[in-house]
Ligand binder design. Structure first.
Ligand code: HEM
Length: 130
């Protein structure tokens, strides 16, 4: 199996667990409590869509070598200087929270899989910060 297929399968195993999204946000707020208030008025459904869309775009980006510019433009706008003003440090915690949550949720998690996840997520964040 190719590595991206493995990551896609891993993400499917994770999101098959109903607690995956709650776990992610709990871990994010543990690592980065300052962003918790940003989510006070955001519906859980919307939060889940954000994760699904974000991870899917990062996987597609890694598979195709092309950044989805419309997606990046939207997230840059809402998360960057003109919006929530998130920094590279904030995104670093986002990546850590995601990998911790995948590790805690995916029964087939391995060290290699975690390293592959980190490469794809960090590459996506790099594009986001460009
Ligand atoms: C510490 C990091 C992050 C924080 C605190 C954060 C926070 C938020 C919040 C509060 C919203 C809801 C905005 C609203 O509807 O009022 C949102 C939306 C969204 N986020 Fe994030 N986010 C983070 C990282 C990311 C990353 C890395 C991605 C991409 C993988 C992403 C993708 C999205 C998308 C697609 C939406 C919905 C559309 C939009 O508002 O642009 N977020 N985020």
């Amino acid at each position: 199996m190719g590595q991206l297929t493995e990551l896609t399968e891993s993400f499917r195993r994770c999101t098959a667990q109903p607690y995956f999204f709650d776990r992610f946000y709990a871990r994010l707020f543990e690592l980065l409590p300052s962003v918790k208030p940003l989510f006070d008025k955001v519906e859980m459904e919307h939060q889940q869509a954000m994760i699904r869309k974000g991870i899917t775009s990062f996987l597609l980006m890694a598979a195709s070598g092309n950044a989805d510019s419309e997606f990046l433009h939207g997230v840059r706008h809402s998360h960057g200087e003109e919006g929530m003003k998130l920094t590279g440090r904030d995104y670093g915690y986002w990546v850590d929270a995601m990998i911790d949550t995948i590790q805690a949720t995916d029964p087939d998690y391995t060290r290699e899989l975690g390293d592959a996840w980190r490469r794809v997520l960090e590459r996506g964040i790099q594009e986001l910060m460009r």
